[in-house]
Design a protein around this ligand. Sequence first.
Ligand SMILES: Cc1cc2nc3c(=O)[nH]c(=O)nc-3n(C[C@H](O)[C@H](O)[C@H](O)COP(=O)(O)OP(=O)(O)OC[C@H]3O[C@@H](n4cnc5c(N)ncnc54)[C@H](O)[C@@H]3O)c2cc1C
Length: 295
Amino acid sequence: MEGNLKQALCAWQNILGLKHVITDEASLKTTQTATFLTTQRSLAIIQPGDRTEVQQCLKIANQYQIPIYPISTGKNWGYGSSVPVQDSCVIMSLARLNRIVDYDEKLAYVTVEPGVTQRQLFEYLQSQKSNLWMSVTGSTPDSSLIGNILERGLGEGLYGDRFNYVCSLEVVLPTGECIHTGFGRFAEARAVRVNRWGVGPYVDGLFTQSNLGVVTQMTLWLTPIPRYFQLFWYAIDEDTRLEELVDAVRYLKLQGLIPSAFVINNDIRMLSYQQQYPWQEAEGAMPLPLNLSQD
Ligand SMILES: Cc1cc2nc3c(=O)[nH]c(=O)nc-3n(C[C@H](O)[C@H](O)[C@H](O)COP(=O)(O)OP(=O)(O)OC[C@H]3O[C@@H](n4cnc5c(N)ncnc54)[C@H](O)[C@@H]3O)c2cc1C
């Protein structure tokens, strides 16, 4: 492995330049730390700048048999951050692929690369004076759209089940070959950004929660800003009423009266939305002492 790694690093440096093949300990440490204890080490971080470089990098990884762990922005907090799932991987950071490739106000879609963040898309829609809304998650504005969707993340709004509202993936396979899903494989197809199925087997799901390929583009559907919108919070004081709440929500959901995502959080999850871990009040203790979560 060591000899192979050296040769692979050299080959990646030739393509990406020294600056984008990172091996210093301090940087590697940031990909070895999560919100829970992990032991996996990463060997290097490579930062391709476009799809062709992703293809070249994967070909090299394949040639020298080096496992690659791709991250979009690496903010998978609570689920492993940017720590690879197995030991001795090279991290492929896709943050430099951060273009908004296509946008159509009338057909309500946007096509993005993996480095595009929630904040970037929000600011882009504002700059376009768009009448469209994106579904957002409760994570940081600097988290990616594609990484979250590939994890089958949950957002707010009508398209909160985010993977349900995307199509036309561009994926680089471990061999370096690039494929386009749906109608994307037909050069002249005009429904690429609005039709999920294309013809033949539907394969998009293969690339979620799998790392079977590196997704370099995805089209996300957007919703028109409603004429009236009301956000509400609710709380139940007693745990014993939870069952009743779930029954009521199920009824409303099945009647189609709650088309958006509906979330039931416990107190600890609500706290994590609102503030940093209260180290001082908890006097350094972990997990959160019960009396603090109840305050
Ligand atoms: C307070 C708080 C609130 C949160 N709220 C939410 C929420 O409301 N909804 C929610 O879903 N999550 C939430 N999260 C979890 C997490 O922060 C988000 O899901 C975040 O978007 C994931 O980070 P990322 O976008 O940088 O993805 P990444 O960390 O880059 O990637 C996530 C996973 O996808 C894979 N992957 C990434 N990019 C690619 C690619 N291009 N090709 C192939 N595989 C890829 C990675 O290997 C990794 O396994 C929350 C976390 C915290 C701490």
